[in-house]
Design a protein around this ligand. Structure first.
Ligand code: CMC
Length: 392
Protein backbone atom coordinates (compact mmCIF):
# COMPACT_ATOMS: atom_id res chain seq x y z
CA UNK A 1 0.00 0.00 0.00
CA UNK A 2 3.05 2.24 0.08
CA UNK A 3 3.91 5.22 2.20
CA UNK A 4 1.13 7.65 3.08
CA UNK A 5 1.56 11.20 4.34
CA UNK A 6 -0.40 12.31 7.38
CA UNK A 7 -1.98 15.73 6.82
CA UNK A 8 -4.73 16.43 9.39
CA UNK A 9 -7.16 19.03 8.14
CA UNK A 10 -5.50 18.84 4.69
CA UNK A 11 -3.45 21.92 5.44
CA UNK A 12 -0.95 21.00 2.78
CA UNK A 13 -2.83 18.78 0.36
CA UNK A 14 -4.29 20.02 -2.91
CA UNK A 15 -7.28 17.83 -3.75
CA UNK A 16 -7.82 19.09 -7.27
CA UNK A 17 -6.83 21.57 -9.95
CA UNK A 18 -9.28 24.42 -10.27
CA UNK A 19 -9.64 27.47 -12.51
CA UNK A 20 -12.46 29.13 -10.58
CA UNK A 21 -11.20 31.07 -7.57
CA UNK A 22 -7.74 32.36 -6.71
CA UNK A 23 -6.67 33.20 -3.17
CA UNK A 24 -3.34 34.60 -2.03
CA UNK A 25 -3.72 34.30 1.71
CA UNK A 26 -0.53 36.17 2.55
CA UNK A 27 -1.51 39.24 0.59
CA UNK A 28 -5.26 39.05 1.19
CA UNK A 29 -6.13 38.64 -2.50
CA UNK A 30 -9.31 36.97 -3.74
CA UNK A 31 -10.32 36.72 -7.39
CA UNK A 32 -13.23 35.03 -9.13
CA UNK A 33 -12.12 33.75 -12.54
CA UNK A 34 -9.32 36.31 -12.42
CA UNK A 35 -11.49 39.30 -11.47
CA UNK A 36 -10.62 41.00 -8.15
CA UNK A 37 -13.36 40.54 -5.55
CA UNK A 38 -13.79 44.27 -4.88
CA UNK A 39 -14.45 44.99 -8.55
CA UNK A 40 -16.90 42.10 -8.85
CA UNK A 41 -18.72 43.05 -5.66
CA UNK A 42 -18.98 46.65 -6.78
CA UNK A 43 -20.03 46.13 -10.38
CA UNK A 44 -21.96 42.88 -10.74
CA UNK A 45 -25.24 41.36 -9.65
CA UNK A 46 -25.37 38.06 -7.81
CA UNK A 47 -26.68 36.11 -10.81
CA UNK A 48 -24.01 37.72 -13.00
CA UNK A 49 -21.42 36.34 -10.58
CA UNK A 50 -23.16 32.96 -10.62
CA UNK A 51 -22.79 32.92 -14.41
CA UNK A 52 -19.15 34.00 -14.14
CA UNK A 53 -18.30 31.26 -11.65
CA UNK A 54 -20.26 28.53 -13.38
CA UNK A 55 -19.49 29.33 -17.06
CA UNK A 56 -16.08 30.91 -16.63
CA UNK A 57 -16.82 34.23 -18.36
CA UNK A 58 -18.81 37.35 -17.54
CA UNK A 59 -22.17 36.97 -19.27
CA UNK A 60 -23.34 39.37 -21.97
CA UNK A 61 -26.71 41.08 -21.57
CA UNK A 62 -28.58 38.37 -23.45
CA UNK A 63 -26.98 35.50 -21.58
CA UNK A 64 -27.64 37.19 -18.25
CA UNK A 65 -31.27 37.87 -19.10
CA UNK A 66 -31.69 34.26 -20.17
CA UNK A 67 -30.26 33.08 -16.83
CA UNK A 68 -32.45 35.50 -14.86
CA UNK A 69 -35.51 34.25 -16.73
CA UNK A 70 -34.57 30.63 -16.25
CA UNK A 71 -33.99 31.09 -12.53
CA UNK A 72 -37.26 33.03 -12.11
CA UNK A 73 -39.14 30.18 -13.81
CA UNK A 74 -37.80 27.71 -11.29
CA UNK A 75 -38.58 29.82 -8.21
CA UNK A 76 -41.95 28.23 -7.31
CA UNK A 77 -41.85 25.15 -5.09
CA UNK A 78 -43.31 21.92 -6.50
CA UNK A 79 -46.61 20.49 -5.24
CA UNK A 80 -46.29 18.94 -1.81
CA UNK A 81 -43.00 20.67 -0.99
CA UNK A 82 -44.55 23.24 1.31
CA UNK A 83 -46.26 20.44 3.24
CA UNK A 84 -42.88 18.70 3.46
CA UNK A 85 -41.34 21.83 4.98
CA UNK A 86 -44.32 22.20 7.30
CA UNK A 87 -43.79 18.64 8.57
CA UNK A 88 -40.50 19.74 10.13
CA UNK A 89 -40.67 21.66 13.42
CA UNK A 90 -41.18 25.36 12.69
CA UNK A 91 -38.53 26.22 15.27
CA UNK A 92 -35.97 23.71 13.97
CA UNK A 93 -32.63 25.29 13.18
CA UNK A 94 -33.05 26.61 9.64
CA UNK A 95 -29.80 24.95 8.53
CA UNK A 96 -31.29 21.54 9.40
CA UNK A 97 -34.37 22.35 7.36
CA UNK A 98 -32.40 23.85 4.50
CA UNK A 99 -30.15 20.78 4.18
CA UNK A 100 -33.20 18.50 4.24
CA UNK A 101 -34.96 20.67 1.66
CA UNK A 102 -32.01 20.77 -0.76
CA UNK A 103 -31.65 17.02 -0.37
CA UNK A 104 -35.36 16.55 -1.03
CA UNK A 105 -35.04 18.24 -4.43
CA UNK A 106 -33.52 14.97 -5.69
CA UNK A 107 -36.68 13.18 -4.55
CA UNK A 108 -38.92 15.68 -6.35
CA UNK A 109 -36.86 15.94 -9.54
CA UNK A 110 -35.40 12.50 -10.33
CA UNK A 111 -35.44 13.44 -14.02
CA UNK A 112 -32.52 15.84 -13.58
CA UNK A 113 -30.11 13.85 -11.40
CA UNK A 114 -27.76 12.35 -14.00
CA UNK A 115 -24.35 14.03 -13.50
CA UNK A 116 -23.25 13.03 -17.00
CA UNK A 117 -26.18 14.70 -18.79
CA UNK A 118 -25.30 18.38 -19.35
CA UNK A 119 -28.92 19.40 -19.93
CA UNK A 120 -30.03 17.82 -16.68
CA UNK A 121 -27.14 19.48 -14.87
CA UNK A 122 -28.11 22.89 -16.34
CA UNK A 123 -31.69 22.43 -15.15
CA UNK A 124 -30.60 21.28 -11.71
CA UNK A 125 -28.29 24.32 -11.56
CA UNK A 126 -31.11 26.80 -12.25
CA UNK A 127 -33.36 24.93 -9.82
CA UNK A 128 -30.81 25.12 -7.02
CA UNK A 129 -30.18 28.83 -7.48
CA UNK A 130 -33.90 29.56 -7.60
CA UNK A 131 -35.27 27.20 -5.02
CA UNK A 132 -32.61 27.93 -2.40
CA UNK A 133 -33.83 31.50 -2.42
CA UNK A 134 -37.47 30.40 -2.19
CA UNK A 135 -36.68 27.94 0.59
CA UNK A 136 -34.56 30.45 2.53
CA UNK A 137 -37.35 33.02 2.51
CA UNK A 138 -39.76 30.23 3.54
CA UNK A 139 -37.51 29.42 6.52
CA UNK A 140 -37.92 32.97 7.80
CA UNK A 141 -41.68 32.96 7.12
CA UNK A 142 -42.18 29.69 8.99
CA UNK A 143 -40.15 30.76 11.98
CA UNK A 144 -42.13 33.95 12.22
CA UNK A 145 -45.46 32.20 11.71
CA UNK A 146 -46.27 33.84 8.39
CA UNK A 147 -47.60 32.38 5.15
CA UNK A 148 -45.22 32.06 2.22
CA UNK A 149 -45.25 34.79 -0.40
CA UNK A 150 -45.35 33.69 -4.05
CA UNK A 151 -42.40 34.61 -6.28
CA UNK A 152 -42.75 37.49 -8.74
CA UNK A 153 -40.77 36.91 -11.92
CA UNK A 154 -40.80 40.62 -12.77
CA UNK A 155 -38.55 41.45 -9.81
CA UNK A 156 -34.81 41.00 -9.59
CA UNK A 157 -33.45 37.93 -7.82
CA UNK A 158 -32.35 39.68 -4.63
CA UNK A 159 -35.23 42.18 -4.54
CA UNK A 160 -37.75 39.37 -4.86
CA UNK A 161 -35.99 37.34 -2.19
CA UNK A 162 -36.30 40.25 0.24
CA UNK A 163 -39.91 40.88 -0.79
CA UNK A 164 -40.85 37.26 -0.23
CA UNK A 165 -39.03 37.19 3.09
CA UNK A 166 -40.33 40.41 4.61
CA UNK A 167 -43.32 41.36 2.48
CA UNK A 168 -46.95 40.72 3.24
CA UNK A 169 -48.98 38.16 1.31
CA UNK A 170 -50.34 40.90 -0.90
CA UNK A 171 -46.74 41.62 -1.84
CA UNK A 172 -46.73 45.33 -1.05
CA UNK A 173 -43.17 45.54 0.11
CA UNK A 174 -40.18 46.99 -1.62
CA UNK A 175 -36.82 46.98 0.03
CA UNK A 176 -34.85 50.18 -0.36
CA UNK A 177 -32.47 49.91 -3.31
CA UNK A 178 -29.56 50.45 -0.92
CA UNK A 179 -30.62 47.36 1.04
CA UNK A 180 -31.04 45.27 -2.09
CA UNK A 181 -27.56 46.38 -3.18
CA UNK A 182 -26.09 45.56 0.21
CA UNK A 183 -27.51 42.04 0.21
CA UNK A 184 -26.45 41.56 -3.42
CA UNK A 185 -22.91 42.49 -2.41
CA UNK A 186 -22.92 40.14 0.59
CA UNK A 187 -24.14 37.22 -1.51
CA UNK A 188 -21.41 37.96 -4.08
CA UNK A 189 -18.74 38.02 -1.36
CA UNK A 190 -19.87 34.56 -0.26
CA UNK A 191 -20.22 33.10 -3.77
CA UNK A 192 -17.03 31.02 -3.82
CA UNK A 193 -13.91 30.46 -1.79
CA UNK A 194 -12.05 27.58 -3.44
CA UNK A 195 -11.55 24.33 -1.49
CA UNK A 196 -13.06 25.24 1.90
CA UNK A 197 -14.76 22.64 4.10
CA UNK A 198 -18.20 22.71 2.47
CA UNK A 199 -16.89 22.94 -1.10
CA UNK A 200 -14.50 20.06 -0.52
CA UNK A 201 -17.47 18.14 0.90
CA UNK A 202 -19.53 18.87 -2.23
CA UNK A 203 -16.65 17.62 -4.40
CA UNK A 204 -15.97 14.49 -2.36
CA UNK A 205 -19.65 13.51 -2.31
CA UNK A 206 -19.94 14.27 -6.03
CA UNK A 207 -16.82 12.26 -6.80
CA UNK A 208 -18.84 9.11 -6.11
CA UNK A 209 -21.16 10.22 -8.97
CA UNK A 210 -23.80 11.31 -6.47
CA UNK A 211 -26.13 13.88 -8.01
CA UNK A 212 -25.82 17.66 -7.68
CA UNK A 213 -28.65 18.01 -5.12
CA UNK A 214 -27.19 15.28 -2.89
CA UNK A 215 -23.70 16.79 -3.13
CA UNK A 216 -24.83 20.33 -2.36
CA UNK A 217 -27.03 19.17 0.54
CA UNK A 218 -23.87 17.68 2.07
CA UNK A 219 -22.21 21.06 1.56
CA UNK A 220 -25.02 22.81 3.42
CA UNK A 221 -24.45 20.49 6.37
CA UNK A 222 -20.70 21.12 6.31
CA UNK A 223 -21.36 24.85 6.26
CA UNK A 224 -23.56 24.67 9.36
CA UNK A 225 -20.66 24.18 11.79
CA UNK A 226 -19.49 27.18 13.83
CA UNK A 227 -15.90 26.82 12.59
CA UNK A 228 -17.23 27.40 9.07
CA UNK A 229 -20.44 29.19 7.96
CA UNK A 230 -22.06 28.84 11.36
CA UNK A 231 -19.55 31.43 12.57
CA UNK A 232 -21.74 34.33 11.41
CA UNK A 233 -24.48 33.27 13.83
CA UNK A 234 -21.90 32.48 16.52
CA UNK A 235 -20.47 36.02 16.25
CA UNK A 236 -23.85 37.56 17.03
CA UNK A 237 -24.40 35.16 19.92
CA UNK A 238 -20.96 36.13 21.25
CA UNK A 239 -21.62 39.88 20.92
CA UNK A 240 -25.04 39.54 22.60
CA UNK A 241 -23.47 37.54 25.39
CA UNK A 242 -20.82 40.19 26.00
CA UNK A 243 -23.50 42.89 26.09
CA UNK A 244 -26.02 41.07 28.25
CA UNK A 245 -23.33 39.75 30.62
CA UNK A 246 -22.11 43.28 31.14
CA UNK A 247 -18.64 42.04 30.27
CA UNK A 248 -16.02 44.43 28.90
CA UNK A 249 -14.33 43.66 25.62
CA UNK A 250 -11.05 43.52 27.53
CA UNK A 251 -12.16 40.79 29.95
CA UNK A 252 -13.69 38.80 27.10
CA UNK A 253 -10.46 39.05 25.11
CA UNK A 254 -8.49 37.86 28.11
CA UNK A 255 -10.65 34.74 28.19
CA UNK A 256 -9.96 34.16 24.52
CA UNK A 257 -6.22 34.62 24.97
CA UNK A 258 -6.16 32.28 27.96
CA UNK A 259 -8.21 29.80 25.94
CA UNK A 260 -10.65 29.59 28.86
CA UNK A 261 -13.28 26.91 28.14
CA UNK A 262 -12.02 26.88 24.57
CA UNK A 263 -13.49 30.34 23.94
CA UNK A 264 -12.48 31.69 20.54
CA UNK A 265 -13.04 35.08 19.05
CA UNK A 266 -15.67 34.04 16.52
CA UNK A 267 -15.35 35.66 13.12
CA UNK A 268 -11.59 35.79 13.46
CA UNK A 269 -8.89 33.65 11.91
CA UNK A 270 -8.73 31.74 8.68
CA UNK A 271 -6.91 28.69 7.38
CA UNK A 272 -5.69 30.48 4.27
CA UNK A 273 -5.72 34.21 5.02
CA UNK A 274 -2.81 35.33 7.11
CA UNK A 275 -3.69 38.93 6.28
CA UNK A 276 -6.95 40.89 6.48
CA UNK A 277 -9.68 38.91 4.70
CA UNK A 278 -10.48 41.09 1.66
CA UNK A 279 -14.16 40.17 2.02
CA UNK A 280 -14.19 41.36 5.63
CA UNK A 281 -12.83 44.75 4.58
CA UNK A 282 -15.74 45.21 2.15
CA UNK A 283 -18.28 43.91 4.67
CA UNK A 284 -17.02 46.26 7.37
CA UNK A 285 -17.53 49.27 5.13
CA UNK A 286 -20.96 48.01 4.14
CA UNK A 287 -21.93 47.49 7.81
CA UNK A 288 -21.22 51.15 8.54
CA UNK A 289 -23.26 52.25 5.50
CA UNK A 290 -26.25 49.97 6.04
CA UNK A 291 -26.57 50.66 9.74
CA UNK A 292 -26.36 54.37 9.05
CA UNK A 293 -28.91 54.11 6.24
CA UNK A 294 -31.36 52.16 8.37
CA UNK A 295 -30.73 54.44 11.30
CA UNK A 296 -30.01 51.24 13.19
CA UNK A 297 -27.34 52.33 15.60
CA UNK A 298 -26.31 49.06 17.14
CA UNK A 299 -24.43 48.78 20.39
CA UNK A 300 -23.21 45.42 19.13
CA UNK A 301 -21.32 47.18 16.32
CA UNK A 302 -19.41 49.13 18.91
CA UNK A 303 -18.59 45.94 20.80
CA UNK A 304 -17.42 44.32 17.55
CA UNK A 305 -15.26 47.32 16.70
CA UNK A 306 -13.81 47.24 20.21
CA UNK A 307 -12.90 43.56 19.87
CA UNK A 308 -11.31 44.16 16.48
CA UNK A 309 -9.33 47.11 17.74
CA UNK A 310 -7.82 45.06 20.55
CA UNK A 311 -7.14 42.08 18.29
CA UNK A 312 -5.30 44.09 15.66
CA UNK A 313 -2.71 45.29 18.14
CA UNK A 314 -2.56 42.39 20.61
CA UNK A 315 0.42 40.05 20.57
CA UNK A 316 -1.76 36.90 20.78
CA UNK A 317 -3.67 37.75 17.61
CA UNK A 318 -0.84 39.47 15.75
CA UNK A 319 1.60 36.60 16.23
CA UNK A 320 -0.99 34.11 14.99
CA UNK A 321 -2.06 36.29 12.05
CA UNK A 322 -5.66 36.39 13.25
CA UNK A 323 -7.74 38.98 11.40
CA UNK A 324 -11.48 39.41 11.00
CA UNK A 325 -12.91 37.02 8.43
CA UNK A 326 -16.03 37.41 6.29
CA UNK A 327 -18.28 36.32 9.15
CA UNK A 328 -17.28 39.00 11.66
CA UNK A 329 -19.44 41.90 10.48
CA UNK A 330 -22.03 40.22 8.22
CA UNK A 331 -24.40 39.31 11.06
CA UNK A 332 -24.74 42.94 12.10
CA UNK A 333 -25.90 43.81 8.58
CA UNK A 334 -28.30 40.87 8.37
CA UNK A 335 -29.68 41.81 11.78
CA UNK A 336 -30.24 45.41 10.69
CA UNK A 337 -32.08 44.08 7.62
CA UNK A 338 -34.45 42.16 9.89
CA UNK A 339 -33.00 38.64 9.92
CA UNK A 340 -32.68 36.78 13.20
CA UNK A 341 -29.30 35.14 13.94
CA UNK A 342 -30.47 31.61 13.06
CA UNK A 343 -31.05 32.84 9.51
CA UNK A 344 -27.50 34.10 8.99
CA UNK A 345 -25.96 30.79 7.93
CA UNK A 346 -28.77 29.99 5.44
CA UNK A 347 -27.95 33.38 3.87
CA UNK A 348 -24.34 32.23 3.58
CA UNK A 349 -25.60 29.05 1.91
CA UNK A 350 -27.70 31.06 -0.53
CA UNK A 351 -24.61 33.07 -1.43
CA UNK A 352 -22.31 30.04 -1.68
CA UNK A 353 -24.65 28.13 -4.00
CA UNK A 354 -22.98 29.30 -7.26
CA UNK A 355 -19.57 28.27 -5.93
CA UNK A 356 -20.70 24.80 -4.88
CA UNK A 357 -22.36 24.29 -8.25
CA UNK A 358 -19.40 25.64 -10.24
CA UNK A 359 -16.94 23.46 -8.30
CA UNK A 360 -19.12 20.36 -8.65
CA UNK A 361 -19.43 20.92 -12.40
CA UNK A 362 -15.69 21.49 -12.77
CA UNK A 363 -15.10 18.24 -10.89
CA UNK A 364 -17.56 16.28 -13.04
CA UNK A 365 -15.95 17.60 -16.25
CA UNK A 366 -12.38 17.03 -15.11
CA UNK A 367 -11.04 13.78 -16.62
CA UNK A 368 -8.55 13.46 -13.78
CA UNK A 369 -11.32 13.23 -11.15
CA UNK A 370 -11.18 10.08 -9.05
CA UNK A 371 -13.42 9.11 -6.17
CA UNK A 372 -12.38 11.09 -3.07
CA UNK A 373 -10.87 8.51 -0.79
CA UNK A 374 -8.19 9.72 1.63
CA UNK A 375 -5.88 7.25 3.33
CA UNK A 376 -5.18 7.00 7.07
CA UNK A 377 -2.43 6.17 9.50
CA UNK A 378 -3.76 3.31 11.61
CA UNK A 379 -3.08 3.60 15.34
CA UNK A 380 -5.35 0.88 16.76
CA UNK A 381 -4.63 -2.51 18.28
CA UNK A 382 -2.53 -5.00 16.38
CA UNK A 383 -4.15 -8.38 15.70
CA UNK A 384 -6.09 -9.81 18.65
CA UNK A 385 -7.88 -13.10 19.11
CA UNK A 386 -11.70 -12.76 19.27
CA UNK A 387 -13.21 -13.52 22.70
CA UNK A 388 -16.83 -14.87 22.76
CA UNK A 389 -19.23 -12.77 24.86
CA UNK A 390 -19.62 -15.50 27.50
CA UNK A 391 -15.90 -15.32 28.24
CA UNK A 392 -15.55 -11.52 28.53
N1 CMC B 1 -9.78 32.99 18.43
C1 CMC B 1 -8.73 32.70 19.23
N2 CMC B 1 -7.69 31.95 18.84
C2 CMC B 1 -7.70 31.48 17.59
C3 CMC B 1 -8.77 31.73 16.70
C4 CMC B 1 -9.83 32.52 17.18
N3 CMC B 1 -10.86 32.80 16.38
N4 CMC B 1 -8.53 31.13 15.53
C5 CMC B 1 -7.35 30.50 15.68
N5 CMC B 1 -6.85 30.72 16.92
C6 CMC B 1 -5.55 30.26 17.44
C7 CMC B 1 -5.60 28.78 17.79
O1 CMC B 1 -5.98 28.61 19.13
C8 CMC B 1 -4.19 28.37 17.50
O2 CMC B 1 -3.40 28.81 18.58
P1 CMC B 1 -2.16 27.92 19.12
O3 CMC B 1 -1.14 27.97 18.04
O4 CMC B 1 -1.76 28.58 20.40
O5 CMC B 1 -2.70 26.54 19.35
C9 CMC B 1 -3.79 29.19 16.28
O6 CMC B 1 -4.60 30.37 16.37
C10 CMC B 1 -4.05 28.50 14.95
O7 CMC B 1 -5.41 28.10 14.91
P2 CMC B 1 -5.94 26.77 14.22
O8 CMC B 1 -7.21 26.37 14.86
O9 CMC B 1 -4.85 25.76 14.16
O10 CMC B 1 -6.17 27.31 12.73
P3 CMC B 1 -7.04 26.60 11.60
O11 CMC B 1 -6.51 27.07 10.32
O12 CMC B 1 -7.10 25.14 11.83
O13 CMC B 1 -8.52 27.17 11.87
C11 CMC B 1 -10.45 28.55 11.84
C12 CMC B 1 -9.11 28.17 11.14
C13 CMC B 1 -11.19 29.51 10.93
C14 CMC B 1 -11.28 27.26 12.02
C15 CMC B 1 -10.15 29.21 13.21
O14 CMC B 1 -9.42 30.39 13.01
C16 CMC B 1 -11.42 29.47 14.02
O15 CMC B 1 -11.90 28.59 14.72
N6 CMC B 1 -11.99 30.72 13.94
C17 CMC B 1 -13.23 31.04 14.60
C18 CMC B 1 -14.41 30.52 13.80
C19 CMC B 1 -14.63 31.31 12.53
O16 CMC B 1 -14.68 32.54 12.54
N7 CMC B 1 -14.82 30.60 11.40
C20 CMC B 1 -15.10 31.22 10.11
C21 CMC B 1 -13.98 30.97 9.13
S1 CMC B 1 -13.97 32.02 7.72
C22 CMC B 1 -15.36 31.81 6.73
C23 CMC B 1 -16.12 30.56 6.89
O17 CMC B 1 -15.63 29.48 6.58
O18 CMC B 1 -17.26 30.67 7.34
Amino acid sequence: TGLVTLDPGFTNTASCESAITYIDGDQGILRYRGYPIDQVAEGATFLEVAALLIDGELPGTEALEALEKRVAEHAPLPGGFEAFLAALPAQAHPMATLAAAVNALAAWYPEVVDPRDPEQVDTATAMLLAKTSTITSALHRRRTGQALVAPDASQGFVADFLRRTFGSEGGEYAAEPAIVDALEKLLILHADHEQNCSTSTVRVVGSSNANLFASVAAGVNALSGPAHGGANEAVLVMLEKIRSGGETVETFMNKVKNKEDGVRLMGFGHRVYKAYDPRAAIVKKSADEVLEKLGAKDELLEIAQGLEQIALSDEYFVSRNLYPNVDFYTGLIYKAMGFEPAMFTPLFALGRMPGWIAQWREMVNDPSTKIGRPRQVYTGATERRFVPITQR
